[in-house]
Design a protein around this ligand. Structure first.
Ligand code: MCU
Length: 414
């Protein structure tokens, strides 16, 4: 109930009516050169990134490198994924620091305390672990700001207080939170990158704490609204996460900047990049200069490619058609397009979209329970289920005309 009270205050219209873009603080951290996350080593032999931005009013091609070469194999995709990951850090999210010099943890009851130290500084934060009955190791969902979907049976819930790692009260929260205590208040990472870094440290801690009794192959991440944007980024950035479930994440999450700009232009009151950079600190200050409609079209990616970073792992996008501010047409078109990357990898049913209206923001409707169960049972419990789920009840969304947004074809990657 507390969570629902909070969410009902969030929408609609807590956004400032004027867009005052904060000045860009100097960033001292280096431009990213490697994925440096999860357990995957950065791929080698990849083409160099071409950072000349080329205007593109459509959704950029997942299968063409920035140097113009075509992606034809799964090995190419590993390189292209790495390139997309670096581009997101460079233009939108800020730099994701690699694993710090030291990560230590202690488990006391249900509380896992994590200390991360680097370059003479250290921070400590904790997560609470709520386990089901029975014998583990248990699958687990890491919940940003608490669970907003029904807790699946047999699954542990790890509550991650993302606000403690990076504040998200308003545009004045820049550089506040434990991440910035460790890396400095002028670090380029936006709040979502900072949260993703923190979630990776939670997984590091679980790896070194077998007594926590969590199955490391069966970790998911979820969150709603602003925390749903964060859940998508965490799942995109750390390949140890088997299932990513962003709920009603809207613009800046499962929506595509270009489609949201078109919605606003057509008169629908929806959130766009130029609004979001003034409202809060979810993105890097580096993104400010790319946020106007004229600049958004210069970005070498859109959020279909943020989702694509999750592939071939599990992704279920849970969404609400009833709230214009969330950009339902944008989320629908963006994520149907993202699914093409899973298609190319031969696992289109590892990525689903379930979009249902007529309910309050972040109030999960029972009509979506089957979709959630199918993904949880497959990716967190190892069952064989039908996850061929791409559905919307939004009549308007049929108006997303793919030919207006997608001018590339989908290869079958060998
Ligand atoms: C959907 O997430 C955000 C949205 O981006 C904000 O503009 C709005 O004010 O708050 C939403 C939210 O987090 O609601 C809880």
């Amino acid at each position: 109930q507390k969570l629902n009270d909070y969410y009902s205050q969030c929408l609609p219209g807590t956004a400032p009516t004027t867009t005052s873009i904060p000045t860009v603080p100097p960033t001292t951290d280096p431009v990213p050169t490697t994925t440096a996350t999860g357990t995957d080593p950065a791929p080698t032999g990849c083409p160099a990134i071409n950072t000349n931005l080329v205007a593109n009013s459509k959704l950029p091609d997942p299968f063409t490198f920035s140097n113009g070469a075509r992606v034809t194999t799964k090995a190419d995709w590993a390189c292209r994924r790495d390139e997309i990951f670096q581009l997101f850090q460079r233009y939108e999210m800020g730099t994701l620091p690699p694993k710090p010099q030291s990560v230590t943890s202690t488990l006391s009851g249900n509380t896992l305390s994590i200390t991360a130290s680097d370059a003479g500084k250290s921070i400590t934060f904790s997560v609470s672990i709520s386990k089901p009955s029975g014998t583990g190791p248990f699958p687990a969902l890491i919940a940003l700001g608490g669970m907003s979907i029904p807790t699946p049976s047999g699954v542990a819930v790890i509550t991650f207080n993302n606000n403690d790692i990076a504040a998200q009260d308003s545009g004045s929260s820049r550089g506040k939170g434990k991440f910035y205590t460790l890396y400095g208040s002028s670090h380029s990472a936006g709040a979502m990158t900072a949260w993703a870094w923190g979630i990776s440290r939670v997984i590091d801690a679980l790896e070194q704490t077998p007594s926590a009794n969590i199955n490391l192959q069966r970790i998911g991440v979820t969150g709603c609204s602003r925390n749903g944007k964060g859940a998508l980024v965490a799942g995109a950035f750390d390949t140890r996460i088997a299932l990513t479930i962003p709920q009603e994440s809207g613009s800046g999450g499962a929506g595509c900047w270009r489609v949201s700009d078109a919605m606003l232009k057509s008169g629908i009151s929806t959130q766009t990049a130029s609004e979001i950079v003034g409202e809060n600190v979810w993105f890097s200050p580096l993104f400010n200069q790319y946020s106007s409609p004229a600049q958004v079209t210069n970005l070498p990616f859109d959020h279909h490619l943020l989702s694509a970073l999750v592939a071939p792992r599990g992704l279920l996008v849970i969404d609400n058609t009833g709230i214009d501010w969330l950009g339902p047409q944008s989320v629908w078109g963006c994520q149907k397009t993202a699914n093409k990357v899973w298609q190319a990898l031969g696992v289109s049913d590892a990525m689903g979209v379930s979009q249902i209206g007529n309910h309050n923001h972040c109030a999960f409707p029972s009509s979506q329970q089957g979709d959630l169960d199918a993904f949880v049972n497959k990716f967190l419990k190892g069952q064989s289920t039908n996850t061929n789920i791409i559905r919307t009840d939004g009549a308007n969304n049929v108006g997303f005309v793919e030919a207006n947004w997608v001018s590339w074809t989908v290869p079958t990657l060998s």
